[in-house]
Write a protein of this length. Sequence first.
Length: 542
Amino acid sequence: MKLKTKLSLFYFLYLGGAGIYYTFLSVFFKQELLMNEAQIGLFWTFAPILALISTPITGALADIYKNTKLIISLLTITAALLMASVNMLSGVAVIAALVAFEFCRAPIMPLTDSLIIGLTKQHNFRYSPVRTMGSLGWIVASVVFGLFINDSVGIIFLFAGITMMAAFLILQTVPNSSTDRPQTNYREDLKDLLRRKDYIIVLLILSATYALSNTINTYNGLRIVELGGTLQQVSLTTLAVAFFEIFILSQNEKLLNKFGFTNLFLFGAIVFFLRWVLNLYVVSVWGYVFVTSLHGIAFAVIFPTALNYIAKYLNEDISATAIALINTTYLITFSGLSSVIGFIYNKYSFDTVMYLYIGIGLLSFVFVYLFNRFKEDDDGIIEPLFKTERLIIRSFNKNDIDQFMIYRNNLEWMKYQGFKGRTKQEYTEALDIPFNIEEHSQIAIILKSTKKVIGDLYVKKTDNEVHIGYTINPKYKQLGYTYEATSGLIKFIQKNYPLVNIVSGVDKDNIPSINLLEKLGFFKTGEEDGEYYYKLKGTTEK
């Protein structure tokens, strides 16, 4: 079985179990445990509090010990066993088991997302189609279960436990993406993460949209029954949500490259807001099902966009923690709102809850505006040409130009270079183009820890030769970055153009550059007009 298939099957089974559980849990509380809306809200307030502890701790452990898969496995099998045991319990023990389940469940998805995003990069396949299978699993499990359910909904726990156990078994055949990652200063990286305004604003956007919507989703079953619906119609709500979710998830990267991060965040916020407004006018079961389906559209736009932003701009060595903090923020919002919503729903009405949501939803537009001010980039995902231990090498975009100009227009530092002293427009026209080795390309050296441009490489192929060049911001000189980037470029050329000579030219007075070329394995082949010509050892004239 291919790796992509295994990962898809894990998502299908795990989220299938979660779909059975969450779709009918509020109905179970109401019918089996005789809880009212306020009491249900209290459960959703206190259960995530323990999860607020488990999520950041497990994310940190995954980053520190580089074994995300092991931690996911332990959490998944424990969650599955707790689910399967609920039917053997009664009274307070049921609530205790469900709270323990939430403790284990909360970190599973952020850790899995981190693991699988890493594997998609290593094995060259896309995240969204794999994640889409999770939504499909949620649909199939909840709808099929709903069609055959009888008046007793307590059996949901047994079926959820079985599917999660199957997911655990599939996970054991999947490799761990973190074993070859270099050791990092985790505390410093975490401080850098929390100082990033763009990341904090992404957390706020998710809180005012996705987390807000999921809080009311826990009451979907109650609302449908309140409107005169059946348990089968409760399951069809899941179908309506996931139908749109699956389609849009599969298209997320295309939408991102076309519209950019800000526009997708804005679209998702608008759709969520539309859901709150339309709910004020819904008086039928099918009307409520239709309006609830907007959650699937908005979630499939906003959540993957947030993950893609993290994957592109945040240090990959703390990606598990960055994603875990998204879940932590979600839990804080969910926990804080649940008891309030349960109280308002029980004492006043569903419409009163929607008025509160409209007010909070308006904040999401403010957060999107702030994101647009502080974001790194809004030009979609630029795939790296290659990566090294500390660096990412990719094409330039227009948002890199200011950083590029800092050193390129330092005329004293650039005295041996020709491409210097130009305007921002001239640099943009020359650099903001796709990589094309045949036409010549200037490509950016990006420091992983800051995602900033610290230098650039030049590469041009002519017949049987590839000419290379390199420049570093003086702030980063003598730290090994130029050697690391150029070594990576040589490996990239040798892999993709194995039958070419790799050559370079250097001013005869540029001693540091001459020393670098010789350290890389180049030897001098000639001299002309004050410039030495070098060729990489091991290549021959073709």
